[in-house]
Write a protein that binds this ligand. Structure first.
Ligand SMILES: Cc1ncc(COP(=O)(O)O)c(C=O)c1O
Length: 249
């Protein structure tokens, strides 16, 4: 049995499948070709385009507004799902959780016992107490506040991108998470631009080659985070970047 690791989004996994086989129902493909899916999805709760605004109960059941997970489609125990509290509580807590078929989870527990042993008991207790105190509704209300914050941040970065990078670069509007992927037009590789020119001016972006298997390959993409910067900093960063792009063309 082979493994396929997603890069945090269903879109990412779909791309992988497009490259390997014809597009189709991924779960069916996993069954047909007998592979496991590891659904690495720490941004799950930070989805911006939900079906309805908050979760609601229908006949006592929780209807979730988020996109369905691979785990929810799994019928024969081949999906291991990794969630994290890093994005919705605090990354410093180093707490996440996995869900999946019991025999596989038991193996992961064994590996954990002979490697890291376990997460800090203090932070586990902290998260456990917080979740118990909040309850489901409290947690989801918190998630809503976090999503609202990141939606505003995303919109501010998109406004800066529209203002300064139109015509020089292209991007898709992120539907979740805290990153905007940008492809610079007319440049084969953005390594020098991002790592030297922009860096010297304190404009920090992540060049896309970091995500390639072959990190020496040229890459026209970079990743901009909208987690911490203020709208003014975003504006200044993209203004500076636009200048460097024009100089490099
Ligand atoms: C796709 C993806 N998976 C996993 C992680 C790691 O999350 P954690 O802080 O729980 O280790 C990140 C982010 O930092 C991520 O982007």
């Amino acid at each position: 049995m082979d493994m396929c690791v997603t890069c945090g989004s269903q879109e990412g996994l779909c791309k992988v499948f497009e490259m390997i086989v014809n597009p189709g129902d991924n779960i069916l493909l996993a069954r047909k070709y007998d592979f496991l899916i590891i659904e690495d999805d720490p941004y799950y709760f930070m989805q911006f385009n939900k079906k309805f605004l908050t979760y609601r109960r229908v006949a006592g059941c929780l209807c979730q507004p988020w996109a369905p997970t691979f785990l929810s489609m799994d019928v024969d125990g081949r999906v291991i799902r990794a969630d994290s509290f890093s994005k919705v509580l605090s990354s410093g807590l180093r707490i996440g959780f996995i869900t999946g078929p019991k025999p596989l989870i038991e193996r992961i527990v064994l590996h954990t016992e002979v490697s890291t042993m376990h997460n800090s008991t203090f932070t586990q207790l902290l998260v456990s107490q917080l979740l118990h105190q909040w309850g489901e509704e409290g947690f989801l209300a918190h998630v809503e506040r976090v999503t609202d914050f990141y939606r505003k941040q995303r919109d501010a970065l998109l406004a800066a991108a529209d203002k300064w990078l139109s015509g020089l670069a292209e991007w898709h509007v992120p539907t979740a998470g805290m990153f905007l992927w940008v492809k610079i037009k007319g440049l084969h590789d953005v390594r020098t631009l991002i790592e030297e020119k922009a860096f010297k001016k304190e404009i920090f972006m992540l060049p896309g080659y970091n995500f390639y298997l072959d990190s020496s390959a040229p890459c026209p993409y970079f990743r901009a985070s909208f987690s911490l910067a203020s709208p003014e900093q975003m504006d200044m960063a993209f203004q500076g970047l636009a200048q460097f792009i024009k100089e490099s063309l």
